[in-house]
Design a protein around this ligand. Structure first.
Ligand code: ADP
Ligand code: MG
Ligand code: MG
Length: 253
């Protein structure tokens, strides 16, 4: 499904190399986690997959279902089934949350050649999925993320994800700033969306989230490279020993 090969990237102005050869394959139905110290290039990887400005890919490829992501516009990537939940969700004053969701869902249906949902059908689905995430009616009416608490913003992103039904979901530090209850809700939302034809890349600085979202594979990233991959036990090793042990071994190798 998602296949990244030897990805190298730098800041657009060429002043700094950030990714130094990332290779990663996430098969359909799997959840992969990326962990790593601050500044290792985790967010940059997700930005490049999303098509954010400011970075230049100098080498390597990234494909989703065999299609070249890097040559697509950001909205084409979304239509192809890529969804990104960012570390800092944006606030959109003046646009009601429900209106935003409906526009996004219908734009995506259109791009896939499907008919728009009627307002009745849309309301039914959004209310049902919001309820499952403990998002109340008031939050659906308010402007997108404006004045939302950290936990509310994250739950709202999971709601966006639930509504868009993407094939490949990337969550960049969706757990940062969350209390334990909010984190559990986010994890439950993700777990509810797990399916044989949907994959997840969960980027996290801490092991905590992975107690609730059990990954198939854990990758450790440092200095723009994946230095080790393994099972869920790798996350526990990081929790126990910090990154130093793993990074030391990688340096020796
Ligand atoms: P992580 O998410 O793993 O903490 P990032 O991908 O955010 O790491 O950043 C990787 C490195 O690239 C960091 O050293 C960061 O300071 C640098 N970096 C990323 N984006 C920019 C930018 N727009 N301008 C300057 N430095 C950047
Ligand atoms: Mg960071
Ligand atoms: Mg980051």
């Amino acid at each position: 499904m998602l296949e990244i090969k030897n990805l190298h990237a730098q800041l657009e102005d060429g002043s700094r190399q950030i990714l130094r050869g990332i290779s990663l394959t996430v098969p359909a139905g799997q959840v992969h986690a990326i962990m790593g110290p601050n500044g290792s290039g985790k967010s940059t990887t997700s930005y490049i997959l999303a098509g954010r400005d400011g970075y230049e890919v100098t080498q390597g490829t990234a494909t989703l279902d065999g299609r070249d992501l890097l040559s697509m516009e950001p909205e084409e990537r979304a239509a192809a089934g890529l969804f990104l939940a960012f570390q800092y969700p944006v606030e959109i004053p003046g646009v009601g949350n429900m209106t935003f969701l409906r526009t996004a869902v219908n734009a995506q249906r259109k791009a896939r050649g499907e008919a728009e949902l009627s307002s009745g059908d849309f309301l039914k689905v959004v209310r049902e999925r919001a309820r499952a995430l403990h998002i109340d009616a008031d939050m659906l009416k308010r402007p997108v993320n404006v004045g939302f608490s950290g936990g509310e913003k994250k739950r709202n992103e999971i709601l966006q994800m639930a509504m868009l039904e993407p094939r490949m979901c990337i969550l960049d530090e969706t757990d940062s700033g969350l209390d334990v209850d909010a984190m559990r809700l986010v994890a439950e939302g993700v777990n509810a969306l797990r399916s044989p034809d949907r994959s997840f890349l969960v980027i996290t600085h801490y092991q905590r989230l992975l107690d609730h979202i059990r990954p198939d594979v854990v990758h450790i990233m440092a200095d723009g490279r994946i230095v080790r991959s393994g099972g869920p036990e790798l996350a526990l090793e990081v929790e126990r020993n910090g990154y130093a042990g793993i990074l030391g071994e990688a340096a020796d190798a």
